[in-house]
Write a protein of this length. Structure first.
Length: 133
């Protein structure tokens, strides 16, 4: 019973975390929606910025993702996503480092920047493509 209660508390905290960022203007993107966007032939794929550490990124990452470890300056992020009008998806391991980066980019003039909900953990769990060197 205690394990169940603890699991519910953790789940509630995760939901509140996501809702809080959503209320702050951080747009979520589910792993399923990102998979669909990456497969579309009629539009270019979004720029993928992975804010995990270099070691986490080296372990596995989404093909085409650019590693800009958190915390990053807006100038560092701009080198990865040069056009602030093109779609950007920010990725971390569990969805907790990427929302502050999304807000930073929004404040810096990026108009279509979203957070991968659940991060790489959920992406990998549900069979998202990854590469490992």
């Amino acid at each position: 019973m205690r394990v169940f209660t603890a699991a519910l508390i953790v789940l509630a905290l995760l939901v509140l975390w996501d809702v809080g960022w959503w209320l702050a203007g951080v747009r979520p993107l589910s792993p399923w929606a990102l998979k669909a966007e990456l497969k579309r032939a009629d539009t270019p794929p979004p720029t993928l910025i992975d804010v995990r550490t270099r070691a986490e990124y080296a372990f596995f990452h989404i093909p085409g993702a650019v590693n800009v470890p958190y915390p990053a300056t807006l100038n560092e992020l701009a080198l990865a996503a040069l056009d602030p009008t093109k779609p950007v998806v920010v990725i971390c391991m569990t969805g907790h480092r990427s929302p502050p980066t999304v807000r930073q980019m929004q404040r810096g003039g990026y108009t279509d920047v979203r957070n991968l909900t659940g991060g790489m953990a959920v992406w990998k769990l549900f069979g998202g493509d990854t590469v490992s060197p």
